[in-house]
Design a protein around this ligand. Sequence first.
Ligand code: ADP
Length: 293
Amino acid sequence: RIVVAGSANMDLVGLAPRLPSPGETVLGDDFVMTPGGKGANQAIAAARAGGTCTLLGAIGSDAFGVTIKARLNASGVDTTHVRTSYGVSGVAVIMVDHAGENSIIVSPGANSSFAGLSAAETAVIADSDVLLCQQEIPLDTVVAAAQAARAGDTRVILNAAPARELPPELLDSVDLLVVNEGEAIAITGSAGPDMPALLALVPRVVLTLGGAGSWYADRDGHDERIPACRVDVADTTAAGDAFTGALAVAWGEGRDLVQAVRWANAAGAACVRKVGASNALPGRAEIDALYAL
Ligand code: ADP
């Protein structure tokens, strides 16, 4: 059982030959509306990867909220505990040009109202094998969720994305930190990915390295680079979400972390073969097939 405490947004994606400059209007072509946010994406990734997954978070009372929840349910995510707060849902307004360059505005909306865990939310965390958090909801809520997990013997994975401050009361409750290279640099302030500096903060670290795979190290002396699966890349959007969701499932199933990371690599690779975000998150059979190669 996986529980994700995190953000849920509606992504509004407009495609145009080029991005408009300030004050300019350009004629676009395709428009796509799809649920997003790292919390929702990772919950969908975990459910598709075969996990039993519950999302804790907040959507707005608008039409986007209804659609977000319906899409989560259709992906197999338990939304029983998702709050509906009066007002707008989180929205990402995304402009993409034909070269794949983008400009994005994220409005947190209801995500910023996700505060003060209820008894029911705390119980879900305590009853789960793994809690997975990111940093697109209020920091106090991430801390409270991690502490509830620690009190209930639930393992805590923190995907520190986007990179924000990591207070000691949060780090004290984290079992496994998952970061990409940019986030690692932002957290440690080092010039490059600095594994010893990260292990000074938390007991276990997975560093994702895009097409170079990932790197697992822990305080017990494990230190291993796990190569990526070789695939034809169509779009790297949501690779990190596919990876992290699958990693939570594999660790929750009791696999050792190096094996779990290898399986999560297969999930990330399966995701980059397809264009899109939450729609590109792979199912368990796809992950198993790449893992077996
Ligand atoms: P993020 O999307 O958070 O920046 P990464 O780009 O590091 O994360 O990708 C996460 C994981 O997805 C990688 O560790 C790797 O396993 C997989 N992945 C990403 N890009 C590729 C690629 N080009 N080929 C194969 N696997 C990839």
